[in-house]
Design a binder for this molecule. Structure first.
Ligand SMILES: [Zn+2]
Length: 383
C-alpha cells in the first residue's frame, strides 16, 4: 500500500479525483521514471523495446522467463488500481521471493505496457500490439489534439528477440465486475470486443427560426441510436456502450451539423458482437431516414475472443488452492500476449465492481492477498 500511496499523487484530476494518466503525457512519463527507479533499487535489469514498453528482469539464464506486470496509463478520470496494481504487485512479489531465493531458476520480468487503454491514440493495447507485430509500426494515429503518434515515439514494431525470452505471461489485474467470491481468481477468457465510430450528419440551422418539421437534426438520430444500442445489447445478453461523443458546432442555439459517437460492443461470442453491431447500425440508418440525416459506421478496432492457456490457467488455480476461474468483458495486454506465449491472468476482488471510474476500489487485504498469490505463482513457475 505504501508503493501505491507513493504514486497516488501522480496525475489525478483535482475535481473528480480520477486519474488522467494518458500514454506519453507528463504523469505517465513520471510513473515510468518511478518504475525505473524502483527497478534500480532492486537491481533489476531494465530494457526498453522501442515501442514504449519497459521490462525489468530479475535473474538471468538461458531459459525463457516468466513475465508479469501491467500498465500505468488510465482512461479519462480512471481509478487507482486498473493497471498500476499489477505493476506494484509484481515488484512486491519479487521482494517476497528474494527473502527465500537468491536467484530464480528462470528470469522473472516485470512489464510496463504503453497505451493499454487506448485513451490517447484510440487503439487499445497499442504497446503490446506493436511488440507482437499485431500493429504496423508505421500506423498513423493522432490524439484528440491532433498530435501524431510519430511526434511522441517512432515505434520499431515486432521484437521477436524479446518475445523469445518470454516463456509465459501472468498479468495481475483488479477485477472489473462483481463476480469474484474470493480475494483472488484466475481468468478463463476475454470476451471478443471492439470499437466503432458512428458519424451522424444533418443540416445545421437556427434553433429559434427553424420549424420543428423542417429540421434534419443528427442529435435525434444519435439519441435514438444510444437507446437502440442499449436495447439490442440487452436482447442478446451482450454489452453495448456509447460513452464518448463530440458535437459540431456544439452550440446551445444551433441545430447540430454533426454528431460523432463511439460504440463499444462486447459479447461472449464474436457472432453475437457482429449481430449486435449490425442491429445497431440498421436501427441508426432506419432512424436517419426518418430524420432526414445520414448515419455512417466504421470499425476502429476489434479483438477476437481470447481463451487463456488452459494448462497454465489450471496450474495457477491449483497453486492457489482452487481459486475460482472466471471470464471477463474487459480487454488486457494479456489478450494480445496470449497469441504468442502461454498467458494467464489473476484477478483481485473488486467489492463494488466499479472500474474505469474514480470509485474503483480494492481493499488493502485483497491487494495483499493478490501479492501473496502472485508470489506463489511466480515461485511455482520460476523458482
Ligand atoms: Zn487495465
Amino acid at each position: 500500500m505504501r508503493l501505491l500511496d507513493e504514486i497516488a499523487p501522480i496525475g489525478p484530476d483535482p475535481h473528480t479525483g480520477g486519474y488522467l494518466r494518458y500514454a506519453w503525457t507528463a504523469p505517465e512519463l513520471e510513473l515510468r521514471e518511478w518504475f525505473k527507479d524502483q527497478a534500480a533499487r532492486r537491481s533489476l535489469a531494465v530494457e526498453e523495446d522501442g515501442n514504449g514498453n519497459i521490462f525489468a528482469w530479475w535473474g538471468s539464464s538461458a531459459q525463457p522467463g516468466v513475465l508479469t506486470g501491467s500498465h500505468f496509463d488510465s482512461v479519462p478520470h480512471g481509478g487507482a488500481y486498473d493497471g498500476p496494481l499489477g505493476i506494484v504487485s509484481a515488484l512486491l512479489a519479487i521482494d517476497r521471493l528474494r527473502e527465500s531465493f537468491e536467484q530464480p531458476k528462470r528470469p522473472i520480468g516485470v512489464a510496463v505496457f504503453a497505451e493499454e487503454e487506448g485513451s490517447r491514440f484510440g487503439l487499445a493495447c497499442l504497446g503490446s500490439r506493436l511488440l507482437t507485430g499485431a500493429v504496423d509500426p508505421g500506423i498513423e494515429l493522432r490524439d484528440r489534439d491532433g498530435v501524431p503518434l510519430s511526434d511522441v515515439i517512432a515505434p520499431v514494431g515486432k521484437r521477436a528477440d524479446i518475445l523469445e525470452r518470454i516463456g509465459c505471461f501472468v498479468e495481475l489485474h483488479i477485477e472489473q465486475g462483481r463476480e469474484l467470491p474470493r480475494p483472488v481468481g484466475v481468468a478463463s477468457a476475454i470476451w471478443p470486443h471492439g470499437r466503432w465510430r458512428l458519424d451522424f450528419t444533418g443540416e445545421p440551422n437556427h434553433a429559434g427560426t427553424t420549424l420543428m418539421r423542417d429540421r434534419h437534426d443528427p442529435m435525434l438520430t444519435f439519441a435514438f441510436t444510444v437507446l437502440a444500442a442499449n436495447k439490442e445489447a440487452r436482447l442478446r445478453g451482450a454489452h453495448a456502450t456509447i460513452g464518448r461523443v463530440s458535437v459540431e458546432p456544439n452550440a446551445t442555439n444551433a441545430i447540430a451539423a454533426r454528431v460523432t459517437a463511439w460504440l463499444d460492443a462486447r459479447a461472449a461470442s464474436g457472432a453475437t458482437v457482429d449481430e449486435l453491431v449490425k442491429a445497431v447500425h440498421d436501427k441508426a440508418i432506419e432512424r436517419a431516414h426518418r430524420d432526414g440525416t445520414a448515419a455512417h459506421l466504421k470499425c476502429e478496432s476489434y479483438s477476437e475472443e481470447t481463451a487463456f492457456d488452459v494448462a497454465l490457467r489450471d496450474r495457477l488455480s491449483a497453486v492457489l488452492d482452487g481459486a475460482p476461474i472466471l471470464p471477463t468483458g474487459a480487454g488486457h495486454d494479456a489478450g494480445v500476449l496470449s497469441t504468442h506465449v502461454p498467458t494467464a491472468m489473476l484477478f483481485v476482488r473488486n467489492p463494488t465492481g466499479v472500474s474505469h471510474s474514480p470509485l474503483e476500489h480494492a481493499t488493502d487485504e485483497d491487494c495483499e492477498a493478490g501479492v501473496t498469490a502472485l508470489a506463489r505463482v511466480l515461485k511455482d513457475l520460476a523458482c
